[in-house]
Design a protein around this ligand. Sequence first.
Ligand code: ZN
Length: 320
Amino acid sequence: MIMKNNIIKILRNITLPAIVVSAMMVVLILAPGCGKEAGGAGRMKIAADIVPMADFCRAVGGEMVEVEILVPPGASPHAYELTTGQMRFLADADVMVTVGLGLTPWAEEILSKAGNPDLATVAAGDAIPVAQLIPAALHAQGGEAGEAAYDPHVWLDPNLARYIITAIRDALIQVDPQNALIYRENAAAYEEELAHLDAEIRGEMATLSSRKFIAFHSSWTYFAARYGLDQVGVIEEQPGKEPSAGEIAELVEKIESQGVRVVFAEPQFSTRAAEAIAEESGGGVVVEILDPLGDPDDPASDTYLEMMRGNLAIIVEALA
Ligand SMILES: [Zn+2]
């Protein structure tokens, strides 16, 4: 009996460490395949609808992610058709990040076509508390999509961008929990950058002598609301639908009666209407271009932060 007990004890002493060692070896063997790797083929594949969303993804994902921008620089997200190459990328992507709020009505449609049930999706509009969204009174959607409930240009308020960063961070952690710490640290650092940008804008806004502007379309609605600017009117309520003679006359009347000094156009659209309105208004009304999207190939707007600082400088100069 004593012998048998001793043998069992010995077996136990051998077996338990052996099991632990085997389990550790299994973990060690599996580990490299579990998490995403920085650089190379192991990177997480993210599709983002517009340049600023792609930049947010890079800010949070760093070297761990490969980001494909769906709407190329210079194009308007309001109407865009994906290429077959982009559809292939989506079929095999890990995460898709969009603004939502009806900005890219085509994005919902392609999700079903991409044939990728494992794709994690982030929509900025869902990440922002409804109380902070602005009704889309000035931003009727063109085409068959119907009128959107809320204005989609949320990323142009750095305070709302922080919610987007948090949502992207959580999606990346969900897909790649092993590197959660990296995503958390990157997101926290970028949120600090956004807070700096916000403070910088607030400081500059305090110096303006005029707060009124006419916009090409409703891009700057959230920015204006946050920083106390007055968007007196927009040229195209539906981006891509040119204003009628009556609408132009109405804008000219507003400019003259309210002493508006600047019309903000956009690089993604023709400046013709803005120039015509400024000219008809007379009295030194200027047309300046604010870029709501940025361009990864332009060093002046290749990141969201650069783009916003560039826009801020133009706003300050126009309204000083
Ligand atoms: Zn827009």
